[in-house]
Design a protein around this ligand. Structure first.
Ligand SMILES: [Zn+2]
Length: 293
Protein backbone atom coordinates (compact mmCIF):
# COMPACT_ATOMS: atom_id res chain seq x y z
CA UNK A 1 0.00 0.00 0.00
CA UNK A 2 1.19 3.50 -0.80
CA UNK A 3 0.85 5.80 2.22
CA UNK A 4 4.00 7.95 2.32
CA UNK A 5 4.40 10.15 -0.74
CA UNK A 6 7.13 12.67 -1.56
CA UNK A 7 6.39 15.40 -4.09
CA UNK A 8 9.62 16.79 -5.51
CA UNK A 9 10.03 19.95 -7.59
CA UNK A 10 13.15 21.71 -8.77
CA UNK A 11 15.18 18.60 -9.48
CA UNK A 12 16.10 20.73 -12.48
CA UNK A 13 16.62 24.30 -11.25
CA UNK A 14 15.15 26.06 -14.30
CA UNK A 15 11.90 24.08 -14.36
CA UNK A 16 9.91 26.45 -12.20
CA UNK A 17 6.48 24.79 -12.34
CA UNK A 18 7.41 22.06 -9.86
CA UNK A 19 9.15 24.57 -7.61
CA UNK A 20 6.02 26.74 -7.53
CA UNK A 21 3.73 23.79 -6.79
CA UNK A 22 5.99 22.49 -4.01
CA UNK A 23 6.19 25.95 -2.41
CA UNK A 24 2.41 26.25 -2.66
CA UNK A 25 1.96 22.87 -0.95
CA UNK A 26 4.38 23.98 1.77
CA UNK A 27 2.53 27.26 2.30
CA UNK A 28 -0.86 25.57 2.32
CA UNK A 29 -0.36 21.97 3.46
CA UNK A 30 -3.19 19.73 2.34
CA UNK A 31 -4.75 16.92 4.29
CA UNK A 32 -5.25 13.85 2.15
CA UNK A 33 -7.06 10.97 3.82
CA UNK A 34 -4.83 8.01 4.48
CA UNK A 35 -1.67 9.63 3.12
CA UNK A 36 1.42 11.34 4.51
CA UNK A 37 2.54 13.83 1.89
CA UNK A 38 5.95 15.48 2.13
CA UNK A 39 7.62 17.90 -0.22
CA UNK A 40 11.16 18.56 -1.33
CA UNK A 41 13.03 21.00 -3.57
CA UNK A 42 15.41 18.71 -5.40
CA UNK A 43 18.23 21.09 -6.25
CA UNK A 44 17.87 24.37 -4.30
CA UNK A 45 21.33 25.56 -5.39
CA UNK A 46 20.34 25.30 -9.04
CA UNK A 47 16.88 26.79 -8.41
CA UNK A 48 18.55 29.83 -6.84
CA UNK A 49 20.54 30.35 -10.05
CA UNK A 50 17.62 29.31 -12.32
CA UNK A 51 19.89 26.82 -14.04
CA UNK A 52 19.22 23.18 -14.85
CA UNK A 53 22.16 22.22 -12.60
CA UNK A 54 25.31 23.67 -11.08
CA UNK A 55 27.92 21.05 -12.05
CA UNK A 56 25.99 18.18 -13.60
CA UNK A 57 22.45 16.88 -14.03
CA UNK A 58 21.11 15.94 -10.58
CA UNK A 59 18.59 13.61 -12.20
CA UNK A 60 21.44 11.48 -13.53
CA UNK A 61 23.25 11.26 -10.18
CA UNK A 62 21.25 8.57 -8.37
CA UNK A 63 22.85 5.37 -9.59
CA UNK A 64 23.50 3.26 -6.46
CA UNK A 65 27.17 2.92 -7.40
CA UNK A 66 27.56 6.72 -7.53
CA UNK A 67 25.60 7.37 -4.33
CA UNK A 68 27.96 4.97 -2.57
CA UNK A 69 31.03 6.84 -3.77
CA UNK A 70 31.93 9.56 -1.21
CA UNK A 71 34.83 10.85 -3.32
CA UNK A 72 32.40 12.44 -5.83
CA UNK A 73 32.46 16.05 -4.62
CA UNK A 74 30.67 18.11 -7.31
CA UNK A 75 27.54 20.04 -6.28
CA UNK A 76 25.01 17.51 -7.59
CA UNK A 77 26.81 14.42 -6.25
CA UNK A 78 26.77 15.97 -2.79
CA UNK A 79 23.12 17.01 -3.17
CA UNK A 80 22.21 13.51 -4.38
CA UNK A 81 23.68 12.03 -1.19
CA UNK A 82 21.68 14.55 0.91
CA UNK A 83 18.44 13.74 -0.90
CA UNK A 84 19.12 10.02 -0.58
CA UNK A 85 19.79 10.43 3.16
CA UNK A 86 16.42 12.15 3.52
CA UNK A 87 14.28 9.89 1.33
CA UNK A 88 16.13 6.62 1.94
CA UNK A 89 18.01 6.87 5.26
CA UNK A 90 20.25 3.84 5.91
CA UNK A 91 19.07 2.39 2.63
CA UNK A 92 15.48 1.99 3.88
CA UNK A 93 12.84 3.93 1.92
CA UNK A 94 11.28 6.69 4.05
CA UNK A 95 8.62 7.13 1.38
CA UNK A 96 6.63 4.60 -0.64
CA UNK A 97 6.26 6.76 -3.72
CA UNK A 98 8.02 9.74 -5.29
CA UNK A 99 6.31 12.17 -7.65
CA UNK A 100 9.03 14.16 -9.43
CA UNK A 101 7.81 17.29 -11.24
CA UNK A 102 9.46 18.39 -14.47
CA UNK A 103 8.76 20.54 -17.51
CA UNK A 104 9.82 20.24 -21.13
CA UNK A 105 10.26 22.78 -23.90
CA UNK A 106 8.82 20.16 -26.28
CA UNK A 107 5.16 20.03 -27.27
CA UNK A 108 4.42 16.97 -25.16
CA UNK A 109 1.40 17.98 -23.08
CA UNK A 110 1.11 16.12 -19.80
CA UNK A 111 3.55 13.21 -19.90
CA UNK A 112 3.67 10.50 -17.25
CA UNK A 113 7.19 9.08 -17.17
CA UNK A 114 7.64 5.64 -15.65
CA UNK A 115 10.88 3.88 -14.80
CA UNK A 116 9.11 0.52 -14.59
CA UNK A 117 5.79 -0.96 -15.64
CA UNK A 118 4.72 -2.26 -12.23
CA UNK A 119 0.93 -2.77 -11.99
CA UNK A 120 0.74 -0.21 -9.19
CA UNK A 121 2.28 2.44 -11.43
CA UNK A 122 0.18 1.48 -14.45
CA UNK A 123 -3.00 1.65 -12.35
CA UNK A 124 -2.00 5.13 -11.22
CA UNK A 125 -1.39 6.24 -14.79
CA UNK A 126 -4.78 4.89 -15.87
CA UNK A 127 -6.40 6.82 -13.01
CA UNK A 128 -4.61 10.04 -13.97
CA UNK A 129 -5.45 9.59 -17.67
CA UNK A 130 -9.13 9.21 -16.74
CA UNK A 131 -9.05 12.73 -15.26
CA UNK A 132 -6.28 14.59 -17.08
CA UNK A 133 -5.48 14.28 -20.81
CA UNK A 134 -2.02 12.71 -20.69
CA UNK A 135 0.27 10.06 -22.13
CA UNK A 136 2.53 7.43 -20.57
CA UNK A 137 6.21 7.15 -21.48
CA UNK A 138 8.25 4.17 -20.33
CA UNK A 139 11.89 5.15 -19.93
CA UNK A 140 13.45 2.05 -18.43
CA UNK A 141 14.80 0.67 -21.69
CA UNK A 142 17.11 3.65 -22.28
CA UNK A 143 19.37 2.70 -19.38
CA UNK A 144 21.15 -0.41 -18.22
CA UNK A 145 20.37 -2.05 -14.91
CA UNK A 146 21.17 1.10 -12.91
CA UNK A 147 18.67 3.92 -13.41
CA UNK A 148 20.09 7.38 -12.58
CA UNK A 149 16.85 9.16 -11.60
CA UNK A 150 16.00 10.78 -8.26
CA UNK A 151 12.64 9.03 -8.26
CA UNK A 152 14.32 5.61 -8.04
CA UNK A 153 15.01 6.32 -4.33
CA UNK A 154 11.49 5.05 -3.61
CA UNK A 155 10.12 1.59 -4.45
CA UNK A 156 7.63 3.21 -6.85
CA UNK A 157 7.58 6.53 -8.64
CA UNK A 158 6.26 8.75 -11.36
CA UNK A 159 7.74 11.77 -13.08
CA UNK A 160 5.18 14.26 -14.37
CA UNK A 161 6.68 16.24 -17.24
CA UNK A 162 4.57 18.98 -18.82
CA UNK A 163 5.16 21.22 -21.81
CA UNK A 164 5.71 23.09 -23.95
CA UNK A 165 7.17 25.75 -21.70
CA UNK A 166 10.47 27.61 -21.87
CA UNK A 167 13.03 27.09 -19.14
CA UNK A 168 12.86 29.65 -16.34
CA UNK A 169 9.22 30.55 -17.03
CA UNK A 170 5.90 30.01 -15.27
CA UNK A 171 2.70 29.60 -17.29
CA UNK A 172 -0.76 29.42 -15.78
CA UNK A 173 -1.93 26.64 -18.10
CA UNK A 174 1.12 24.44 -17.46
CA UNK A 175 0.83 25.03 -13.71
CA UNK A 176 -2.82 24.00 -13.78
CA UNK A 177 -2.16 20.86 -15.85
CA UNK A 178 0.65 19.79 -13.55
CA UNK A 179 -1.42 20.51 -10.47
CA UNK A 180 -4.30 18.45 -11.88
CA UNK A 181 -2.00 15.47 -12.44
CA UNK A 182 -0.65 15.77 -8.87
CA UNK A 183 -4.19 16.01 -7.49
CA UNK A 184 -5.23 12.93 -9.48
CA UNK A 185 -2.23 11.05 -8.08
CA UNK A 186 -3.09 11.94 -4.49
CA UNK A 187 -6.78 11.17 -5.03
CA UNK A 188 -5.92 7.74 -6.47
CA UNK A 189 -3.63 6.72 -3.63
CA UNK A 190 -5.96 8.20 -1.02
CA UNK A 191 -8.83 6.13 -2.37
CA UNK A 192 -6.61 3.04 -2.36
CA UNK A 193 -5.40 3.70 1.19
CA UNK A 194 -8.90 4.35 2.54
CA UNK A 195 -10.93 1.71 0.69
CA UNK A 196 -8.23 -0.80 -0.22
CA UNK A 197 -9.87 -1.43 -3.56
CA UNK A 198 -7.96 -0.64 -6.73
CA UNK A 199 -10.02 1.10 -9.40
CA UNK A 200 -11.36 -0.96 -12.28
CA UNK A 201 -10.70 1.74 -14.83
CA UNK A 202 -9.43 -0.50 -17.60
CA UNK A 203 -7.45 -3.66 -18.22
CA UNK A 204 -4.82 -2.33 -20.58
CA UNK A 205 -2.93 0.92 -20.83
CA UNK A 206 -1.82 2.62 -24.03
CA UNK A 207 1.79 3.71 -23.56
CA UNK A 208 4.91 4.72 -25.43
CA UNK A 209 8.14 2.83 -24.82
CA UNK A 210 11.38 4.78 -25.33
CA UNK A 211 13.77 2.81 -27.50
CA UNK A 212 16.46 5.18 -28.76
CA UNK A 213 17.94 8.66 -28.33
CA UNK A 214 18.49 10.18 -31.76
CA UNK A 215 21.42 12.60 -32.04
CA UNK A 216 21.42 15.73 -34.17
CA UNK A 217 23.14 15.07 -37.49
CA UNK A 218 26.09 17.42 -38.05
CA UNK A 219 26.93 19.54 -41.09
CA UNK A 220 30.39 19.61 -42.70
CA UNK A 221 31.51 22.20 -40.14
CA UNK A 222 30.41 19.96 -37.28
CA UNK A 223 27.35 22.05 -36.40
CA UNK A 224 24.03 20.37 -35.57
CA UNK A 225 21.32 20.57 -38.24
CA UNK A 226 18.04 22.24 -37.28
CA UNK A 227 14.88 20.27 -36.52
CA UNK A 228 12.66 20.59 -39.61
CA UNK A 229 9.38 22.51 -39.35
CA UNK A 230 7.56 19.30 -40.42
CA UNK A 231 8.87 17.57 -37.29
CA UNK A 232 8.77 20.46 -34.80
CA UNK A 233 5.91 20.16 -32.24
CA UNK A 234 4.81 16.75 -33.60
CA UNK A 235 5.69 14.88 -30.45
CA UNK A 236 3.88 11.51 -30.08
CA UNK A 237 2.87 11.42 -33.77
CA UNK A 238 4.08 8.46 -35.88
CA UNK A 239 6.87 9.30 -38.32
CA UNK A 240 5.97 8.99 -41.98
CA UNK A 241 8.01 7.72 -44.92
CA UNK A 242 10.16 10.50 -46.41
CA UNK A 243 9.10 12.97 -43.71
CA UNK A 244 11.83 15.64 -43.47
CA UNK A 245 13.32 15.65 -39.97
CA UNK A 246 16.27 18.04 -40.20
CA UNK A 247 17.38 20.91 -42.40
CA UNK A 248 20.88 22.24 -43.08
CA UNK A 249 21.84 25.90 -43.59
CA UNK A 250 21.83 25.38 -47.38
CA UNK A 251 18.29 23.97 -47.25
CA UNK A 252 19.29 20.33 -47.62
CA UNK A 253 16.78 18.13 -45.84
CA UNK A 254 17.42 14.94 -44.00
CA UNK A 255 14.47 12.58 -44.16
CA UNK A 256 13.08 9.86 -41.93
CA UNK A 257 15.00 6.57 -42.09
CA UNK A 258 12.87 3.68 -43.39
CA UNK A 259 13.29 1.78 -40.12
CA UNK A 260 11.83 4.70 -38.15
CA UNK A 261 8.50 4.87 -40.01
CA UNK A 262 5.65 4.39 -37.53
CA UNK A 263 7.78 5.15 -34.48
CA UNK A 264 6.78 8.18 -32.39
CA UNK A 265 9.33 10.86 -31.47
CA UNK A 266 9.13 12.73 -28.16
CA UNK A 267 11.28 15.43 -26.57
CA UNK A 268 11.59 16.91 -30.06
CA UNK A 269 14.06 19.83 -29.93
CA UNK A 270 14.09 19.76 -26.11
CA UNK A 271 16.29 22.67 -24.99
CA UNK A 272 17.93 20.71 -22.18
CA UNK A 273 19.13 18.01 -24.57
CA UNK A 274 20.68 20.36 -27.15
CA UNK A 275 23.07 19.78 -28.91
CA UNK A 276 23.13 16.05 -28.16
CA UNK A 277 19.70 14.50 -28.46
CA UNK A 278 17.32 15.81 -31.14
CA UNK A 279 14.47 13.53 -30.06
CA UNK A 280 13.72 10.24 -28.37
CA UNK A 281 12.13 7.52 -30.47
CA UNK A 282 9.32 5.50 -28.92
CA UNK A 283 7.08 2.68 -29.98
CA UNK A 284 3.44 2.44 -29.05
CA UNK A 285 2.61 -0.45 -26.74
CA UNK A 286 -0.54 -1.72 -25.08
CA UNK A 287 0.33 -2.85 -21.55
CA UNK A 288 -1.78 -5.27 -19.50
CA UNK A 289 -2.36 -3.45 -16.22
CA UNK A 290 -2.69 -6.58 -14.12
CA UNK A 291 -3.15 -6.71 -10.40
CA UNK A 292 -0.74 -5.41 -7.79
CA UNK A 293 -1.83 -8.03 -5.22
ZN1 LIG B 1 13.51 18.16 -15.72
Amino acid sequence: VIRRIAIVGGTHGNELTGVALVRDLEARPRITDGLEVRTLIGNPGAVEQCRRFVDRDLNRAFRPSELANPTLSDHESRRAREVAAELRPDGEPAVDFIVDLHTTTSNMGVSLLLASSHPLELQLCAAIMARVPSRVLLLGGLWGSELPYLKTLAPHSLAIEVGPIPQGVLRHDILEQTRAAVEATLAHFSRLAVTGTPPADSTTLAAFEAIENVAYPLDAAGRPLVVHRDLQDRDWQPLEADQPLFVAADGTEQKCLPEWVGLCPVFINEAAYYPDTAFVLTRQVELPIGSSD
